[in-house]
Write a protein that binds this ligand. Structure first.
Ligand code: GLN
Length: 449
């Protein structure tokens, strides 16, 4: 049924970059046979799943939505993919994304924009618009994404799906093509909090291949997701994330969600996080700085595209031509910004200052979590915008992640849950919890459901 849905909708929505129906059916039959033979398989064995195209897979190309890696097949599986396979999930295909995960609309993909299933003239969010649109349109029941500044949560918000950014270090980045390494975090995309919990329990947990991986057991997220009250839970509304710049419909759904949480027994207070106002500009120094370093490996020599290699060109010319042809505009913009911010003489003024802001954001979270168990805000200031509406103005595109970026800067757990519709389009509520307290996200999400 899921494969039929993909066949019917993918030509319009452009969600999957690669699908292997035959292999998926063969794997499903193999799982059936093992079950029939009495094998005790896990709860998600046999469930089809979509994987964002920046996770290395040995059986599908891994393009990162870039011409640079068009057709490139990795020599190894990412840890997330290995764990999915071990748990018997069936990877039906790879989902579209903004190039190298830069963007909030999935429009910068070399393979064309993905469309929002709720309104095909609108964006599905980004960078993981493919994974969220896949779940939103019933092409797969669950998917995985990666979140560096909001790329699981913001697409979740605008497609009416659940998107979780686990605690930094909670899910292994091994084999996730690196964008901004101190911010990147894989996580689940799902329709229900229980599904998301089961998925995070499978992909999460210690991995010696990732130097940032936390060596602690994954908390019991499933039980948390099944809670039906919030007695004794203190919830803080972030003062800075409301008011001007937020669509009235988004704020209305937010206020209604607050009342649902209050009715479930939560105590609601307001908490000010003044440094959050500087999270976006600081992110747009730290993120391009790390990106410019990580993307240096795509030089036309080691992976993917090699341009202009006709025997008469020097190695340096081939590198230049490959990078000129292989990267899109946004990738080039950020490589230039990041290289500038890191260059001698500018390092302290830009990268150094941004790191100080990062510490202030961390302190705001520490202070807030001294008073409340979780913080909440709208996930993103607006509903899904129209395709093409923000492509000419990068600053307006960056604003989509205003509320999601602080959690990446601090490394804490954060998720977006559906909070109803505004003029027929989905609105999301963001929940933020201290590091390794991911279970709190699931408890609040379960009550909202
Ligand atoms: N939209 C943000 C950016 O462009 C976040 C991307 C992400 O989380 N991968 O950097």
């Amino acid at each position: 049924a899921f494969l039929e849905q993909i066949e019917a909708l993918n030509p319009t929505l452009n969600v999957f970059l690669a699908v292997d129906a035959e292999s998926a059916l063969a794997q499903a039959r193999a799982i059936d046979a093992r079950r029939a033979a009495g094998e005790d398989l896990g709860p998600l064995a046999g469930v089809p799943i979509g994987v964002k195209d920046n996770f290395c897979t040995t059986d599908f190309p891994t393009t990162c939505g870039s011409k640079m890696l068009d057709g490139w097949i990795p020599p190894y599986d990412s840890t997330v993919v290995t764990r999915l396979r071990e748990a018997g999930l069936i990877i039906v295909g790879k989902t579209n994304m903004d190039e190298f995960a830069m963007g909030s609309s999935t429009e910068t993909s070399y393979f064309g924009a993905t469309r929002n299933p709720w309104d095909t003239d609108r964006i599905p969010g980004g960078s993981g618009g493919g994974s969220s649109a896949a779940v939103s349109s019933y092409m797969v029941p669950i998917a995985v994404g990666s979140d560096t500044g909001g790329s699981i949560r913001q697409p979740g918000s605008v497609t009416g799906t659940i998107g979780v950014k686990p605690t930094y270090g909670g899910v292994s980045r091994y084999g996730l093509v690196a964008m901004a390494s101190s911010l990147d975090q894989p996580g689940p995309v799902a329709r229900t909090t229980e599904d998301a919990a089961l998925l995070q329990q499978i992909i999460g947990g210690y991995d010696p291949h990732d130097s940032a991986s936390i060596n602690q057991p994954v908390p019991d997220l499933l039980t948390a997701s099944q809670a039906d009250d919030l007695a004794g839970v203190r919830i803080g509304i972030v003062t800075e994330f409301q008011g001007e710049g937020y669509e009235p419909g988004v704020l209305e759904r937010f206020r209604e969600a607050v009342e649902v949480l209050r009715a479930a027994g939560a105590e609601i207070v307001e908490v000010s996080c003044p440094a959050f106002a500087y999270a976006l500009p600081a992110y747009y120094l730290i993120q391009p700085a790390e990106l410019s370093s990580n993307l240096a490996r795509f030089d036309g020599m080691r992976y993917g595209l090699r341009a202009g290699d006709d025997g008469s060109t020097s190695a340096e010319q081939v590198m230049n031509l490959s990078r000129e042809e292989g990267f899109g505009r946004e990738a080039k913009r950020r490589i230039i910004i990041g290289t500038y911010a890191l260059s001698a003489g500018y390092y302290d003024a830009y990268y150094g200052s941004a790191q100080k802001v990062r510490s202030l954001i961390q302190q705001d979270f520490d202070n807030a979590f001294g008073q409340v168990d979780v913080l909440i805000s709208p996930t993103t200031p607006t509903v899904a915008f129209k395709i093409g509406e923000r492509t000419a103005d990068p600053m307006s595109m960056y604003l989509a992640d205003l509320c999601t970026i602080p959690s990446n800067m601090a490394g804490n757990a954060s998720a977006s849950f559906p909070a109803g519709l505004s003029e027929g389009l989905p609105v999301g509520l963001q929940v933020m919890a201290p590091p390794m307290e991911d279970a709190r996200l699931y408890r609040v999400g379960g009550v909202l459901e």
